[in-house]
Design a binder for this molecule. Sequence first.
Ligand SMILES: Cc1cc2nc3c(=O)[nH]c(=O)nc-3n(C[C@H](O)[C@H](O)[C@H](O)COP(=O)(O)OP(=O)(O)OC[C@H]3O[C@@H](n4cnc5c(N)ncnc54)[C@H](O)[C@@H]3O)c2cc1C
Length: 422
Amino acid sequence: MQHVIIGAGPAGVIAAETLKKIDPLATVTLIGDEPEPPYSRMALPYYLIDRIREEGTWLRKDKNHFQAAGITLLQDRVTSVNSREKKLTLEKYADFDYDRLLIATGSHALRPPIPGMELPEVHNCWTLEDGRAIAKLAKPGANVVLIGAGFIGCIILEALAARGINLTVVEMGDRMVPRMMNQTAGNLIKEWCQDQGVIVHTSTGVESIEKAGMRNGLKVKLGNGTSLKADLVICATGVRSNTGFLDGSGINTAEGVLVNERMQTNIPEIYAAGDVCQGKDFSTGEYSVQAIQPTAADHGRIAAMNMAGKKCVHQGSVNMNVLATMGLISTSYGLWMGVEGGETAELSDPGRYRYLSLQFQDDVMVGAQAVGLTEHVGVLRGLIQTKLHLGKWKNHLMKDPTRIMEAYLGATQAIGHNAGII
Ligand SMILES: Cc1cc2nc3c(=O)[nH]c(=O)nc-3n(C[C@H](O)[C@H](O)[C@H](O)COP(=O)(O)OP(=O)(O)OC[C@H]3O[C@@H](n4cnc5c(N)ncnc54)[C@H](O)[C@@H]3O)c2cc1C
């Protein structure tokens, strides 16, 4: 069996290793277009603060890992998929045949159509190559403008600030991390950043970027009339699945590659995993792009099991975001924005930068968000994932949402008693 995987990120690597474990005799080829050994984008912030070198970002630290595991690693770009003839066209190498194919090509960072985006001092922070360019320009004392305070923007914000730069953040939304946090929580994070010396503009965008003179860096104009000096502009305005090369392949795509519960596309021998695909969301049951690494890992493992002939159904990944913004930890899980007809328990302590909100549907917790509260984050996730009926503990949580651990223990013991276990 010829298994071919396109994309050597976390989804592709986990899939390749899973395939080899289940079927050691199968041929597994992993094709990745980046000029580095497979690495984790999640490690880029640690690279930017010099906590690790480039090798520290590698997903598998031993250079011979893939060879030793019997996985052929090919550095090339796949330009098209011919699903009728089961053939791939590559940029450098000759056409490549497959029996089963996994598309794990991830996503790419977007650049909004703003004048000046093409200037050499403007970078995304998505690849190791971007990381190198940022490290070169973000020297102590440099003026840096970060466009976008979403999940990725806020992750790199901490690393950038640690480089001793003057940082200004510009976010179109009316708060920070608007897709992960509500108004109260998002604004609490904004205040925290401002207290740490970062300038944050919300509800406005960058209108243009231009050269400020021969050696004076850039001038960045905002929609609210502010003009900023910058030595470096970092664009973190969202990502989009890498599906372009599938045009004409017959594989169905929308926001990402469409798959079923077994990570299989409309073409039975072709599967998809990770940021490139719309996988099942545990909370909604719907199929969407989550673009987070734990989901990519889930997908890669499940796709590989099915490719190897095991029947493995994806129950859905919990949309879960954990963020450290200049030392302030914030988390959001599942349906953090609540559900129609549901109830919300809320605790807000802005003076201590603490916030917690729990979302219920009947007596089941379906979502949560927390700022500055790191205890019990595992329990929060567990409660949402197990859909535990909290019974009377739901009312206790409505009065005091911090009693999460007690509620979990109380509700699970009640189940144990009822079932005669305890
Ligand atoms: C700075 C940063 C911090 C992050 N932090 C977190 C975090 O804290 N938590 C979290 O959950 N997630 C985080 N993420 C997101 C996480 O990195 C992604 O969700 C994850 O990398 C997705 O894995 P993947 O394997 O689907 O795709 P990718 O890691 O993007 O890998 C896909 C690979 O396929 C290659 N490829 C694309 N097209 C082709 C082609 N045609 N031919 C060959 N190869 C191709 C790509 O170049 C890439 O190397 C972070 C991302 C960034 C940039």
